[in-house]
Design a protein around this ligand. Structure first.
Ligand code: GDP
Ligand code: IMO
Ligand code: MG
Length: 428
């Protein structure tokens, strides 16, 4: 049995979806454990592109069980739209099982409204996806959230929602100057979604424990990235959940002993969407090149992603925080045409050179990257499937990353298609 946690090691969009879809071939169960539809995970299979926001990226494989765990926040309208698109494109194998935790929290219409109004008004904008993620997690921690289980009992929901909505409307109208929500509308929609979600609801903790006992292979699919973690990221420019590997245990509902390996997905350069510090950002032609070559536009919001060089200082932090055992490097092919490739190996901070992220109040903002330069390979590598065939310059680049991070690279992804990979070792 393997319990593999796959997480993003940067600021999200590392290519987690593609790698989960690839690895899912060897998995029995795929679990989303945090985040919501702020995520946009892109899968390309036989030239067909599919973007998943909520449903685990194992859904395209046959005979797999996909679980949306208790740590996820669910917008039912997005969930059913996603299922509809999959069915319409004949991408939902008949025997696919989707199980949804009864304890997962629901993103309610007022959460989305609060998220948007706050972002519009704020002087320091986070640049959220506007999907209601933060407000839904706030309510979870405040113990005033609506959970999947609440939707299944209309009478109980009515009582609970009345009290909650009254308070939300006060806040929306008096503090945010927004429009109030009509109780009947919100209630009726919630009851409707409750009926639609009922067939998928399960005690996913019991299910996962059964799978662990049966020694099944379980793959935990992270969303966002380490530097967006609410505790460990570039706060306040973060998402509202813990994105690090440790949360797979809590958000999936499994003991830590069920986790046998942590895989960190690392893009061969760095991107960030939304605001906040990004030391290696290139607001230059190089940034534009990476954006165009890498198709770096948000899979959820369509926003252009900020682009820059790989940052080994922040990646070293990600290795520490997650306990990354193996690395998957993605999008190496995007660097094909470059003469020179830069790698950030330390920062200049207050006149000295440091190789850790300085602590304190967003001190990372005042860090200037110090680079080591590598010669580009200037060849197409997307057809390569055996590491031996990689140009020597690409080998040097990867070797340097491995040595600096003291962590082995298991897979190098050289294209968006499911099988465009160089596999150095089996992850399961
Ligand atoms: P995720 O959120 O981590 O799943 O990543 P996204 O799907 O948001 O962004 C990754 C983008 O890169 C998607 O458009 C993928 O199809 C694409 N992609 C993934 N791996 C590769 C790769 O190795 N090469 C290229 N060229 N594109 C890739
Ligand atoms: P995947 O899973 C990249 C960013 C937003 C914003 C911040 C907070 O596709 O890698 P939120 O809506 O979560 O409150 O926004 O987090 N963000 C992501 N950036 N990839 C993601 O997911 C993201 N999910 C949220 O842009 O800066
Ligand atoms: Mg994404």
């Amino acid at each position: 049995m393997s319990g593999i946690v796959l997480i993003g090691a940067q600021w999200g969009d590392e290519g987690k979806g593609k790698i989960v879809d690839f690895l899912a071939e060897s998995a029995n169960v795929i679990v989303r454990f945090q985040g919501g539809n702020n995520a946009g995970h892109t899968l390309v299979v036989n030239n067909q592109k599919i973007i998943l926001h909520l449903i685990p990226s194992g859904i395209l494989r046959e005979n797999k069980i996909c679980i949306i765990g208790n740590g996820v926040v669910i917008d039912p309208s997005v969930l059913f739209k996603e299922l509809h698109i999959l069915k319409e494109n004949n991408l939902l194998p008949d025997n696919t099982n989707l199980l949804i935790s009864s304890s997962a929290h629901i993103i309610m219409p007022y959460h989305k409204s609060i998220d948007s109004i706050r972002e519009n008004k704020a002087t320091t904008k986070i640049g959220t996806t506007g999907r209601g993620i933060g407000p839904a997690y706030e309510d979870k921690v405040a113990r005033s959230g609506i959970r999947v289980s609440d939707l299944l009992y209309p009478e109980h929901l009515k009582e609970k929602l009345k009290i909650i909505l009254e308070e939300k409307n006060q806040y929306i109208t008096k503090v945010l100057n927004g429009a109030p929500f009509d109780f009947d509308g919100v209630y009726e929609e919630s009851v409707k979604y409750g009926e639609m979600i009922r067939p998928y609801v399960a005690d996913t903790v019991e299910c996962l424990h059964k799978f662990i006992k049966e020694r099944k292979n379980i793959l935990f699919e992270g969303a966002q990235g380490t530097m967006l973690d609410v505790d460990h990221g570039t706060y306040p420019f973060v998402t509202s959940s813990n994105t690090v590997a440790g949360n797979a245990s809590i958000g999936g509902g499994v003991p830590m002993s069920a986790i046998t390996k942590v895989v960190g997905v690392v893009k061969a350069y760095t991107t960030r969407v939304g605001n906040g510090p990004f030391p290696t950002e290139e607001k230059s032609k190089v940034g534009d090149f990476l954006r165009e070559k890498g198709g770096e536009y948000g899979a959820t919001t369509g926003r252009p992603r900020r682009c820059g060089w790989i940052d080994l200082v922040s990646l070293k932090r990600a290795i520490m925080l997650n306990g990354i055992d193996r690395i998957v490097v993605t999008k190496l092919d995007v660097l094909n045409e470059l003469d020179t490739i830069k790698v950030c190996v330390s920062y200049k901070y207050k006149g000295s050179e440091i190789d850790t992220i300085p602590y304190g109040l967003n001190q990372i903002d005042s860090c200037e990257p110090i680079y080591r330069e590598f010669k580009g390979w200037r060849k197409d590598i997307s057809h390569i499937r055996d590491g031996i065939d990689l140009p020597v310059e690409a080998k040097d680049y990867l070797k340097f990353i491995e040595d600096y991070l003291e962590t082995k690279i298991s897979i190098v992804s050289v294209g968006a298609e499911r099988n465009e990979n160089i596999v150095f070792e089996n992850i399961f």
